[in-house]
Design a protein. Sequence first.
Length: 291
Amino acid sequence: MKKTTIYTDLANEPVRTALLLAAGTGSRLSPLTDSTPKCLVTVNEITILERLVSSLQDHNFNRLVIVIGHQGECIRDYLGTRKGGMDITYITSPLYKTTNNIYSLWLARKVINEPFLLVESDLVFDTEMLTDMLYPDRIAVAKIEPWMNGTTVTVNDHMEIDAFHSVTVAPGEEHFKTVNIYSLSSATWRSVRKRLDQYISSNMVNGYYETVFADMVEEGCLSFTPVFFDTSSWYEIDTITDLRAAEFISDPRPHPQSFPMYPSFGSSGAAKYSSKIKVSLPMAPSSSLLQ
């Protein structure tokens, strides 16, 4: 299916609203998340949330919507109603203990009508990686590394997402890992909201929004353009081991060569589409964030 939004005037305007899903308990990071939300866990003494807000600030976002649940008041206290030049809106998930991100995304249906960037709250990434995500109907993906798991996608010859996959990738298959950052146009969001309504009304509240995207891509009613993130420029933090790896790759200091499991941040990423991948300076929030 051809994208209908890329040729509109709005498709040439950068996205300026972000939606952060931060309702989950982050139980795999216990005990760090027993009394704090995952996004307030620190990576090299800087919280995941501070890093995210700094990145959005650097790209001139003016609105941030956050779905909160577990220890949500901590996030409210941390950010208030305005931070980094952005107005902040909170949505409280009453069922965060028994639902998943499909429900959190559905909760935003009446709060956001404009194009927006969808971001998970457990990511650290190089700020520059967002540059090509600022336009609607894009998905961040990366070359698959041995320690990665979760949803993958395939890309067709027209540089569009061909399909979402949740099964183990067979040797030789050209799959890419989803980074869990998406940009959605207003038209795409309207279509996604309708599909979310169907899932939620069927009590499918404990699933993932990738299921919705996968079904819509398969049916030809949703199209994403991939943006390739360098593997060494982002990390998803689910466990203590992930946290240590994220600290390693985001540390600007020289690394010993005896830690081969994780690439040092800023090292070249060998991907099929490496010419489209930007490798930049180490991850660091701007100093003006908390001013």
